[in-house]
Design a protein around this ligand. Structure first.
Ligand code: UT7
Length: 355
């Protein structure tokens, strides 16, 4: 993606509509943790096997933070933002807004995004200080963030928004046999993209969707106290602060929802599967992704899978895929790219872009 040095000053939020403007994904970045957690490492921690994990999920290794060295959601997402700024030729001070999709912020208060904005030079006390917020959308958070940021720019009030995804699920895992059904799939990462206004009104989102079903909350949740456990599930203090997931139920939800989500988005855009140049999906399980790919007859090179190397990195998985594809020259201006995700909430959403 070509760098586009932004020489203009930071926009004062304008009350006017966006008129004929478009929105462009200018640049991307990643911030990866330093440690690696392989299936062989997990074999030493719990009763599992490389064969079981590979066959059921397609995952071979994941990256996780070195907590003692200070690595965390804040540092990974900040690194990703700095890379995107540098690659886009934009100064942090020129950002209008920073969105961090996450389910593992540093603390419940303040929003981690505010600390990221400060580190980027985007915040401050003056009229030019950019806004910042965390978006709690679990695995769908990044796609929600893309849709929201796009429409804020398209509407004309903002020109440059950093949309980040960062999660440190290793802090919320039980790496013993009791937690093996969940701990094997998650990894840590930070990644993101810089969205900017573009004079070409054809650029940006062609179709989008955002859905939720809160009745399904108990399929993935992180209890903090006894009353957080669903009816019929005995509260267990050992599970406080640890992700609880009904993997098989979520698997069925994902396999059922995924094709509907893709079809709904194609219908809204009046496009066929073959019109899409790349599908970038949340990386949850290689079998879920392959099932959706086969259902629509999408060739392998147009449906990206990198879960084998990173596992499920929650809100970071979609921008991590995007960054890798951009760096490899496989996502370029002129392409139609469909982002899709689903996860806790339950939530699911899509964002189909004319790049
Ligand atoms: O991104 C957010 C959303 N999350 C997802 O999309 C996750 C979707 N779900 C999945 O990917 C899969 O459900 C898992 C990979 C998490 C689990 O695979 P599964 O095929 O659904 O396994 P299961 O939970 O139904 O368990 C089957 C068996 C059980 O043993 P029994 O009762 O049949 O004897 C488990 O105890 O596999 C056992 N098992 C394991 N064995 C070895 C569960 N985890 C492991 C493990 N190693 N890590």
């Amino acid at each position: 993606m070509p760098a586009n040095a932004s020489s203009s000053t930071k926009s004062a939020p304008a009350p006017t509509g966006g008129g004929g403007r478009g929105v462009r994904i200018l640049s991307t970045g990643v911030g990866m943790p330093s440690r690696t957690l392989t299936n062989a490492d997990l074999e030493r921690l719990m009763d599992t096997s490389d064969e079981w994990i590979t066959q059921r999920t397609g995952i071979r290794t994941r990256r996780i933070v070195d907590h003692d060295a200070g690595e965390c959601t804040l540092t990974m997402a900040t690194d990703a933002a700095r890379m995107a700024l540098e690659r886009g030729g934009v100064r942090g001070a020129d950002l209008d807004f920073v969105i961090l999709a996450t389910m593992s912020p540093e603390m419940l208060c303040p929003p981690t995004a505010c600390r990221i904005a400060a580190r980027l030079g985007a915040g401050g006390r003056g009229a030019r200080a950019g806004g910042a917020m965390d978006l709690f959308g679990a695995c769908t958070g990044y796609v929600y963030g893309l849709n929201i940021a796009h429409d804020l720019i398209k509407g004309g009030s903002y020109d440059r928004i950093m949309v980040l995804g960062g999660d440190t699920l290793s802090r919320l895992m039980d790496y013993s046999t009791a937690g093996r059904g969940t701990a094997i799939i998650f990894g840590d990462a930070g990644a993101g993209a810089l969205l900017i206004a573009d004079p070409d009104p054809r650029l940006g989102i062609i179709a989008q969707s955002m859905h939720s079903d809160g009745e399904g909350w108990k399929e993935i949740f992180v209890p903090q106290e006894a009353r957080d456990f669903p009816e019929g599930v005995p509260p267990d203090p050992a599970k406080f602060g640890r992700v609880q997931m009904n993997g098989a139920t979520v698997f069925k939800f994902a396999v059922g929802t995924f094709p509907n989500l893709i079809q709904e988005t194609l219908d809204k855009a009046n496009l066929r599967p073959e019109d899409i140049d790349m599908v970038i999906s949340h990386q949850s399980n290689a079998r879920i992704l392959q099932a959706a790919r086969d259902r629509f007859g999408i060739p392998e090179d147009k449906f990206y899978i990198n879960i084998d190397r990173y596992g499920n990195t929650v809100a970071a998985s979609v921008p991590l895929c995007l960054h890798e594809l951009v760096m490899a020259g496989r996502v370029k201006p002129g392409m139609k790219v469909m982002f899709v995700a689903f996860g806790a909430g339950l939530t699911w959403g899509s964002s189909l872009w004319q790049m």
